[in-house]
Design a protein around this ligand. Structure first.
Ligand SMILES: C[S@@+](CC[C@H](N)C(=O)[O-])C[C@H]1O[C@@H](n2cnc3c(N)ncnc32)[C@H](O)[C@@H]1O
Length: 263
């Protein structure tokens, strides 16, 4: 791509077109290419923004990854959605999706008639959410949720916590999730397991934030040669009634003091 700096949403659309062109006819007939390029184009843009990659390099890297992993990742996603379907039966709105990306789970929430609010820190994710008519979206970090205490009866957080880095601090994010959740509210967390983020670390983070882990289900095993992290898992937890930072009637770090990310 030439030297012109494109708006990120325009870049995302251009990336989708390029991926579609390069990946067409590379997969079995029943493979959902549009679904795959939705994710891969997002990751290309994220890699450019967060790691300063140039477009051609990032596109080529994700083409290589897609050719290697996209079919198996799509099987993993089917298993993930099946499991979420099963768990969402027990949810009632309002539900918060933390680090929602472009709103990958939105059709599931709609299927179950769940009112969902999406939070996402990246401008691109928020613009995609709005373009996908998911207008209940707020641009904020998971560690600084702009909501009052105890307003949600359910929270979903997918593929965020395992990063556990200074800009994605898992304990602080879970602390905020616990703050905005009503007592007995249900948490659904989906993550890939690895040596750095194993079940023990995950459960301990969740329990320390004030939840009781109800179950942890490994729903997909990647074949050994594919990647370092080989299992994908879903954790379900319930908000304990004790362990709120302050008693009812007081606001911890109130939503007023928490700012949205300004675009
Ligand atoms: C791998 S994507 C997962 C998106 C979506 N949850 C899904 O499962 O498709 C991780 C998302 O976390 C967001 N993210 C990054 N830092 C975050 C933070 N500190 N708090 C909340 N979300 C964050 C990223 O912008 C990205 O959209």
């Amino acid at each position: 791509m030439g030297g012109v700096k494109l708006d990120e949403l325009a870049l995302y659309d251009l990336t989708r077109d390029r991926l579609r062109q390069l990946l067409s006819n590379q997969f079995p007939g029943d493979f959902d290419l549009e679904n795959a390029i939705t994710a891969y184009a997002y990751w290309v843009c994220t890699a450019m923004r967060n790691h300063g990659k140039d477009w051609d390099t990032a596109v080529q890297e994700y083409i290589d990854l897609a050719l290697r992993d996209a079919v198996i990742e799509s099987q993993a996603e089917q298993a993930e959605l099946e499991l979420l379907r099963h768990e969402l039966h027990q949810f009632s709105g309002p539900l918060l999706d933390v680090g929602a990306g472009w709103g990958r789970f939105s059709s599931l929430y709609q299927e179950y008639g769940l009112q969902a609010i999406y939070t996402e820190p990246s401008e691109l994710g928020c613009r995609l959410l709005r373009r996908n008519t998911l207008c209940n979206s707020v641009r904020c970090l998971g560690q600084s949720l702009s909501f009052l205490d105890r307003v949600f009866t359910g929270v979903v957080i997918g593929w965020v916590l395992h990063h556990d880095a200074p800009d994605v601090p898992a304990a602080a994010i879970l602390g905020e999730v616990a703050r905005v959740m009503a007592s007995s509210g249900r948490l659904l967390s989906i993550e890939p397991l690895s040596d750095d983020f194993d079940t023990q670390k995950w459960c301990s983070l969740v329990e320390s934030a004030g939840f009781e882990v109800e179950k942890l289900v490994e729903f997909f095993d990647l074949p050994e040669s594919k990647k370092k992290s080989e299992k994908y898992a879903c954790l379900v937890a319930v908000r304990r009634s004790s362990g709120y930072p302050l008693e009812a009637g007081t606001t911890t770090q109130s939503a007023r003091g928490r700012s949205r990310i300004h675009e």
